[in-house]
Design a protein around this ligand. Structure first.
Ligand SMILES: Nc1ncnc2c1ncn2[C@@H]1O[C@H](COP(=O)(O)OP(=O)(O)O)[C@@H](O)[C@H]1O
Ligand SMILES: [Mg+2]
Length: 181
């Protein structure tokens, strides 16, 4: 078994069982630290509840600290359910309310610096500046795996990645999975 950390999930990989478990990273300490900062800010007391709630919703970072991993796990599960035939995405077998996803184990690709530069250039040639819509994935080849020569997404829980797949997925994987990366 080995463990990898992503931006909002940790992944325990069991190669012999052929599965990996994705667990949301919930940053409780940082959450309370930021909440404390909000509570301490100079909000007029008569509006305090309203202000706190508004700030709470406006500060995406605070929501992210607690719920991002759970949401991405849930999205990955449903996206796979609906689009598994359309896009090469690593199978998500099961999700326990987003708290724990069971997925097929893969071997994240690793590229040398030169390979990475030419890989990014290829992607830029295919999708142009839209690559910037989902920099997180394209800056990190370890978010992809290969089945044979074909490229598969390991990390497709974020809204950016799902939107990217819906707009460019066919063109993108059509190119990579025909000629190989
Ligand atoms: N199915 C898998 N098999 C093996 N390793 C994986 C698998 N899914 C993800 N990983 C590894 O775990 C890391 C974090 O997972 P990821 O889905 O990218 O989480 P996050 O959305 O938090 O970035 C990935 O970069 C990848 O290296
Ligand atoms: Mg990732």
């Amino acid at each position: 078994m080995h463990k990898s950390n992503g931006t909002c999930r940790m992944v325990f990989v069991f190669p012999t069982l052929g599965i990996a478990i994705k667990i949301p990273i919930i940053q409780i300490r940082l959450f309370f630290k930021r909440l404390y900062k909000i509570l301490k800010s100079d909000t007029p007391s008569r509006h305090i509840y309203q202000e706190i709630i508004l700030k709470w919703y406006n500060r995406a970072s605070i929501k992210k600290l607690l719920f991002q991993g759970i949401c991405e796990n849930l999205h990955e599960y449903f996206f796979y359910l609906f689009f598994k035939k359309r896009f090469p995405i690593q199978p998500t077998y099961f999700s326990f309310f987003g708290l724990c996803n069971v997925v097929k184990a893969g071997k994240p690709i690793s590229l040398s610096e030169i390979e990475f530069t030419s890989w990014r250039k290829k992607i830029f040639d295919i999708v142009g500046r839209d690559i910037e819509e989902d920099n997180h994935n394209f800056e990190c080849p370890e978010n992809f795996t290969r089945h044979g020569n074909d490229l598969f997404f390991l990390d497709y829980g974020s809204e950016k990645t799902r939107n990217f797949l819906l707009s460019h997925g066919k063109k993108f994987f059509g190119f990579f999975n025909d000629v190989g990366a």
